[in-house]
Design a protein around this ligand. Structure first.
Ligand SMILES: [Zn+2]
Length: 171
């Protein structure tokens, strides 16, 4: 598995002003780059931006092109959510857990096009699921708890758009 740097805030020069730093940091920095023209289509995933948000719909004839923030994060491999599954249960049910994560992503993504899995790292007793948003890890961990219980802890970043969730399953 390729080595990866710890996620750190994306530098967007000129966006941050004195006194507003705290507020600005609470938004997804990938979202705060200005609104796309309406309508726009993401050239990478085909999501369409209109009425102030991204939808799955047919490409409008007069659409502009704008990369959505989910594709932007995928390209940068810069997760907003990291869900780590550990413990003996992971070794026993790894394939099922990965299928469960993909199923939850499919349901979530239908309604929220920007909530996606970036990638899944597999180790013998560990699975790391990187996501483009801070909602999908919670959804996946709730499904895991329904199936296998386990212990969960959440770490929200105080002043940023980032969530780390750890789930531990004892056999
Ligand atoms: Zn996209």
């Amino acid at each position: 598995m390729a080595q990866r740097n710890t996620p750190r805030p994306v530098a967007r020069s000129g966006r941050r002003r004195a006194g507003r730093a705290q507020l600005d940091q609470r938004q997804d920095p990938y979202k705060a780059t200005g609104k796309p023209h309406e309508p726009s289509v993401c050239p990478q995933c085909g999501a369409v931006y209109h009425q102030g948000r991204w939808h799955w719909s047919a490409r409008p004839a007069d659409a502009h092109e704008a990369l959505c923030q989910a594709c932007h994060r995928i390209n940068d491999r810069f997760p907003a959510g990291i869900l780590t599954l550990s413990g003996p249960l992971v070794a026993q049910h790894k394939a099922e857990m990965i299928r469960l994560a993909h199923r939850q992503e499919a349901v979530e993504k239908k309604e929220h096009p920007l909530n996606r899995i970036i990638d899944i790292e597999e180790e013998p007793e560990r699975i790391v699921i990187n996501t483009t948003d801070i909602h999908l890890p919670r959804r996946i961990v709730e499904a895991l708890r329904r199936a296998w219980h386990g212990k969960t802890d959440f770490h929200y970043e105080e002043d940023g758009y980032f969530l780390r969730v750890n789930w531990h399953g004892e056999a």
